[in-house]
Design a protein around this ligand. Structure first.
Ligand code: KG4
Ligand code: ZN
Length: 337
């Protein structure tokens, strides 16, 4: 079965064609980083205008790369939430128009379900049950995934998403946007524990997260270091980046592994932009090995926002018989999984 997926929930315009829920024939992502970087974050109005310009060329490019035409596609899929309303509307309206004109079914996909379906974009199916951690610019959530489309939310952030914390700390340090990849790289040059930031574990046994406190802690630390001088040197910036990264990674790893051990689940997985982080991957692997757990995460291009994961999620929705009418689909900015 050939599914054309469309994703436009935040600042990436993406279209992909996936065969049988896992074989990616094309995955085109048009990034808007250049348009947003001078603001240090995504500007919703700019994002929706850029999606409008990009969406049809991106869909055409995906079909071209896969050497297919719209006639060859069996089902269309589109992210209908959560995300920025203006951004979502561009994807949803385009998908509805194409599905109607080409007389194809259209499946609405929850963006978070897409991030979890990214785990299936490989030859070998990733088996259930597993503990799934979604860590991105908009979300930090922990799920027990017990089957196809069967999720139990175990915990989520009470304030900032972890990717947002990476982006804000990078902004305070003057490192540019998006902050995650820069902090990931710069941390390698930092001395571990030269700077130690607090770990926010919240109540005992809580699987929730909180990342706003560490952002403030970094800000206060920098202010203190700056007393009497104009700016931090590269060595200090690297130590701060490293200290911040170690603090947030420790919380993510401990809570994910604890959930698996508490619930007696032998498999853990992570997805979303922050799951590209090399130190997080290394630490999660180290602790998973120590705890006898199996760990899986998608390739970096399927961790960050992409339409291949949306097509994959739609494949499983379709297997559950979840096809709705094209006109019943709406963009829903807040729709937790
Ligand atoms: O999944 P994604 O592309 O979009 C959302 O759904 O939010 O995630 C984007 C987030 C950004 O905050 C970015 O800084 C972060 O993922 N990110 C990283 C890394 N690569 C991307 N964070 C830490 N380390 C990375 N290597
Ligand atoms: Zn995402």
């Amino acid at each position: 079965m050939l599914i054309l997926g469309i994703e436009s929930s935040c600042d990436d315009t993406s279209a992909a064609i996936v065969a049988d829920g896992y074989r990616v024939l094309a995955n085109v992502v048009s990034s808007q980083i250049k348009a947003h970087e001078k603001y240090g974050g995504v500007v919703p109005e700019i994002a929706s205008r850029q999606h409008l310009t990009n969406i049809l060329p991106v869909i055409d490019q995906a079909l071209e790369q896969a050497k297919l035409t719209i006639k060859d596609i069996d089902v269309l899929a589109v992210t209908n939430g959560p995300g920025l309303m203006g951004s979502l509307l561009v994807g949803v309206c385009s998908a509805k128009a194409i599905a109607y004109a080409a007389d194809k079914p259209l499946i609405a996909v929850n963006h978070l379900e897409g991030h979890l379906a990214a785990l299936q974009l490989q030859e070998e199916p990733w088996l259930y049950p597993f503990i799934g951690l979604i860590v991105s610019g908009g979300h930090s959530s922990l799920y027990l995934v017990s089957g196809n489309s069967q999720y139990r939310l175990l915990g989520r952030t009470r304030d900032d998403a972890v990717g947002e914390a990476f982006d804000k700390v990078a902004k305070i340090l003057g490192l540019g946007y998006p902050g995650g990849p820069v902090i990931d790289k710069l941390s390698e040059k930092g001395i571990p524990d030269a700077v130690k930031f607090p770990r926010s574990f919240l109540e005992k046994d809580s699987y929730d997260f909180s990342f706003s406190g560490i952002k403030t802690a970094v800000w206060h630390y920098i202010k203190k270091q700056l007393r009497g001088k104009a700016e931090l040197d590269d060595r200090e910036k690297a130590d701060i980046a490293c200290g911040f990264q170690r603090a947030v990674v420790e919380v993510l790893v401990v809570k994910t592994v604890k959930a698996a051990l508490d619930l007696g689940i032998g498999r853990i997985a992570m997805s979303g932009g922050v799951a590209c982080n090399r130190y997080l991957r290394q630490e999660m692997q180290r602790v998973a090995d120590l705890s006898g757990l199996q760990l899986h995460y998608p390739k970096p291009e399927y961790c960050t926002d992409n339409a291949a994961m949306i097509a994959a999620a739609a494949y499983y929705r379709d297997r559950n018989g979840d096809r709705g009418g094209v006109f019943a689909i709406d963009a829903i900015p807040y729709c937790p999984l």
